[in-house]
Design a protein around this ligand. Structure first.
Ligand code: PMP
Length: 397
């Protein structure tokens, strides 16, 4: 009999041969700037823990205290018996932080996009997506029964073309949803959300922004891209984000009108059918909001380090693309070159992972660095020197 699982090993070997397989590196201990990975002490430059909050004492203490008062699990999905006072408080505090009428917390950012997008649009509707949107948006869009259109990356002129075409559609679309990343996770560029929101307004379309990489980074107190552009809730109806990046914990969320939140928690299948956050997670997320509101130095230091690091890499002759945020891609060409650079950096004590096809185009393989506020000035100097040494030895610069 033929082995019905033979494709598993075969497809895996194809990935290995193309150097596009993931090699897991194991962190022994916390995700701090200097950490132990596979037995080696290295400087971490690829974590999403932008502000170092995953080890902030206030978050750690809040999590421990919540275990003492509430235990380690919520016992249920939110709509049945898994809504605790901590979840409600987190949503109230998040809405206040985001200056929104209401917020809703999901289990993850992925669960948010996969659970909400297919409810916002369905048959007879159109969803219009930036061509470089995150995979969780792409999957959310695939789950929707709506028609789909894609516009050129961060290009309002092309979006306008799609919207004008949509107006001529017969029968008229019931609803139109424009959806974009706030900060694009592979390139670090910022979506022109002000212009996208204006187009949405002009054409009667809803606007949904995934600000996973913008919150904790952009806007006053790191409130995110909507605050960065000073946009009203009537222009950006769904502000989506995650607690897994700058907030340092885990969990997705949306902010917007009370109607949006009431709609979302009654309809999102990922929210309705999957267990809610354990108490220590909800408590740590709450503490992260406190830290963002009270300790502005983390966001300031993140940007100081980012400016210095970008300028140094550019001076060294690296192609760092079009990033305007702490995500700095170092684009080197094919996947083999990216892996060679990543290995050379690791030998020098710097941990920065290569990003290769299919996550980015075949000839745009890169090392994606993410700056972190918890680095010292010396650490940033160390990272720059490592890129200089590794780049010269591989003749990339
Ligand atoms: N959206 C974007 C833009 C992301 O980068 C990510 C995380 N990679 C997500 C959504 C998913 O968030 P989470 O990790 O909370 O599932």
């Amino acid at each position: 009999m033929r082995d019905p699982t033979s494709f598993l090993g075969q497809e895996y070997r194809e990935l290995v041969d193309a150097a596009t397989d993931w090699k897991l590196r194991v962190l022994e201990g916390p995700s701090t700037p200097w950490c132990e990975i596979d037995g080696r002490r290295v400087l971490m430059l690829c974590s999403n823990n932008y502000l170092g909050l995953s080890n902030h004492p206030k978050l750690r203490e809040a999590a421990i205290a919540a275990i003492r008062t509430h235990g380690v699990g919520s016992g249920s999905v939110r709509p049945i018996a898994g809504t605790m006072d901590l979840h409600m408080e987190l949503e109230r505090r998040l809405a206040r932080f985001k200056r929104a009428e209401a917020s809703l917390v999901y289990q993850s950012g992925f669960a948010t996009n996969a659970g909400l997008i297919p409810q916002l649009v369905g048959e007879g509707d159109l969803v219009i997506s930036d061509e470089l949107n995150h995979g969780s948006i792409i999957d959310g869009v695939r789950l929707a029964r709506a028609e789909r259109a894609v516009y050129h990356h961060a290009d309002p002129t092309d979006l306008d073309r799609v919207l004008v075409g949509a107006e001529a559609h017969a029968p008229a679309y019931r609803r139109i949803l424009i959806i974009t990343d706030g900060v694009f996770s592979m390139d670090g560029d910022i979506a022109p959300l002000d212009r996208i929101a204006a187009l949405g307004h002009d054409h009667g379309a809803m606007v949904y922004v995934d600000d996973a990489h913008g919150e904790g980074v952009l806007g006053p107190d790191g409130r995110g891209i909507v605050a960065h552009f000073g946009l009203g809730r009537d222009r950006v109806q769904v502000e989506m984000g995650t607690f897994s990046k700058a907030f340092g914990v885990v969990g997705g969320h949306i902010s917007g009108s009370r109607d949006l939140v009431n709609f979302a928690y009654n309809k999102s299948r990922t929210w309705l059918l999957s267990g809610s956050h354990p108490p220590p997670v909800a408590a740590a997320c709450l503490a992260a909001i406190d830290v963002l509101e009270q300790e502005g130095e983390h966001v300031r230091r993140l940007w100081d380090h980012t400016r210095r690091f970008k300028a140094a890499l550019r001076d060294l002759g690296y192609d760092i693309g079009v990033s305007a945020t702490p995500i700095t891609p170092v684009i080197v060409g094919d996947s083999h070159r990216a892996k060679a650079l990543s290995d050379a950096l690791l030998d020098l004590g710097l941990f920065a992972l290569p990003i290769v096809h299919p996550m980015v185009a075949k000839d745009k393989a890169r090392i994606r660095t993410i700056m972190n506020a918890a680095l010292t000035d010396e650490d940033v100097g160390f990272a720059i020197t490592a890129f200089e040494k590794a780049g010269r030895s591989l003749k990339l610069i």
